[in-house]
Design a protein. Structure first.
Length: 143
């Protein structure tokens, strides 16, 4: 009896892990493309339109390439769309991983993350001295 119950639990856990990986792969597919930053806030302060007019992110299944004029930065990322709100972990170089959240609505994407904290953002807002520090709103560019 115990071995049968154990087998059911193991199969259930493996199925859950597989579903999470499949969901992450689905969102990674949907995120692929070029995104224009349409709004950015840091500690509750909205960035001027002039400052963000040339900001773009190109997202592939494995990485995010951040482009600003002639500067480029590349980051790897990991998604967990089974969480609510959905999680995005962005490896920004070295051993620094930023723990953010995201919401994808067709051609609109919001990402919120803390600038300095090692905790995860909890809401799509930008406030000083908060884990909800940086809020970026992006719009997918059409080819």
């Amino acid at each position: 009896m115990k071995s049968g119950l154990l087998m059911v639990l193991v199969v259930g856990l493996l199925s859950s892990a597989g579903a999470a990986e499949q969901a992450a792969g689905g969102d990674a597919e949907k995120l692929q493309g070029t995104w224009k930053v349409v709004s950015s806030e840091d500690s509750g302060q909205k960035a001027p339109d002039e400052a963000i007019k040339n900001l773009k992110m190109v997202i592939t299944k494995e990485k995010i390439t951040y482009k600003f004029d002639n500067k480029t930065m590349e980051w790897s990322y990991k998604l967990d769309p089974t969480k609510e709100p959905r999680w995005i972990d962005i490896k920004m170089g070295g051993d620094r991983t930023t723990l953010g959240i995201y919401v994808l609505d067709e051609d609109n994407l919001k990402i919120c993350f803390p600038e300095q904290s090692t905790e995860r953002s909890t809401a799509f807002e930008s406030k000083p001295n908060s884990v909800n520090d940086v809020l970026i709103i992006l719009k997918r560019e059409k080819p």
